[in-house]
Design a protein around this ligand. Structure first.
Ligand code: SAH
Length: 351
């Protein structure tokens, strides 16, 4: 395990050290470890009660297009995921109170009945909701810590007045409840310094996450952070290159953890299978094509440019071809995190 100072030194180091880390990450995902798992992402609601300073879905953005999928629409999208031979569905949304405990439990049960692993990413929810959804069959939950700098976090992710818990509580509950837990952070959030970024990387190890999602911050014009330049000379750039370097550090430090090549990285890289390959060749091993129905997809506008992609089916076809040629074949199945299987005492289980 590298220390915070070592990681910081690599981050600000020269291109020779960066190339070395990238080639080590490439090696981590070679041969039998080179498989890529696909997840079918369904963005089920763009309503949100929060005021995150980076996100286009923030409640105060009156120009945001709000939608909420019905139970039937979610199941129809999940059937499309299944038809693409993908084993996992990710249901993501803003923090939308209308996604009641019972509604989500019903959706989880019906998506699970299709033979799909269910991952939820619905923001900060009470313990009893998380427990109920686990009982209903949800296996995984994604909730990024966004930044390990507490002052910056409070600034960009204001607390909901009266809410008796916070993100750290929810992340602890998820583990306690037996979820496979994904967290992560943004690269280049205004105010994020090199030391902050090194601390973000260290935190992923100390917290013991099973999956780590990272992506470049993309400025949204309808948010207060738009145009804010950040920490001056010490500001981390929100670039594809920096994201690739951080993916490579994560893959070499935590080789058992699942790492998506995220939509945000593909967005700054122009989209399509090639843009995802930029992350996969730097240590990522998961891609999450977006199966949100065409009619509403543009409404899930967390950052600009995201919605302009080709259909999920076309992307999956492109990924199947392009990744096989690149020696990183798409592999079917649940695609559990080895980190999760090890920590829950099931090292022999098929990933
Ligand atoms: N409401 C859920 C899902 C949020 S969207 C939750 O809070 O967990 C998923 C992720 O997108 C966020 O966790 C955040 O890291 C990322 N994101 C949001 N706005 C972004 C932006 N402007 N640029 C890059 N990533 C962003």
């Amino acid at each position: 395990m590298r220390s915070l100072e070592e990681i910081r030194a690599i981050l600000v180091g020269d291109s020779a050290i960066h190339e070395e880390i990238l080639s080590r990450a490439f090696a981590v995902r070679s041969g039998a470890n080179g498989g890529v798992y696909l997840r079918g992402l369904i963005e089920i609601s763009s309503y949100c009660r929060r005021q995150c300073a980076y996100c286009g879905l923030r409640a105060a953005n009156s120009s945001a297009r709000r939608y909420r999928l019905s139970h039937e629409e979610i199941i129809a999208a999940a059937r499309r995921v299944k038809a693409c031979n993908i084993g996992t569905v990710v249901l993501q949304a803003g923090e939308d109170a209308a996604l009641s405990r019972d509604f989500i439990a019903g959706v989880v049960a019906d998506v699970g009945a299709l033979g799909l692993v269910v991952t939820l990413s619905l923001g900060e929810r009470p313990y009893d909701d998380l427990a109920c959804w686990k009982d209903a069959g949800a296996s995984r939950y994604l909730l990024r810590f966004e930044t390990s700098n507490n002052a910056l976090f409070k600034n960009v992710h204001p607390h909901v007045p009266g809410l008796g818990f916070d993100r750290a509580d929810v992340l602890a509950w998820l583990k306690e409840l037996g979820y496979e837990v994904g967290s992560g952070f943004m690269i280049g959030l205004p105010g994020q310094t090199w030391a902050d970024l090194a601390a973000d990387i260290i935190k992923c190890g100390t917290a013991g996450y099973d999956m780590i999602g990272i992506g470049p911050y993309v400025a949204h014009p309808a948010t207060p952070l738009y145009g804010v330049s950040g920490a001056g000379a010490d500001q981390v750039p929100a670039t594809a290159d920096m994201t690739r370097l951080v993916l490579a550090l994560l893959a070499t430090e935590y080789p058992d953890v699942n790492l998506p090549s995220t939509t945000a990285l593909a967005t700054v890289g122009g989209g399509g299978a090639r843009a995802y390959l930029a992350g996969l060749s730097a240590g990522a091993n998961v891609v999450m094509p977006d199966f949100t129905p065409d009619g509403v997809r543009a409404g899930y506008d967390i950052y600009p440019g995201k919605a302009s992609f080709i259909s999920a089916e076309a992307l999956v076809e492109d990924l199947n071809k392009t990744l096989a040629t690149a020696g990183r074949p798409v592999v079917p199945g649940a695609g559990h995190s080895r980190h999760y299987l090890l920590r829950t005492g099931r090292p022999q289980q098929r990933i």
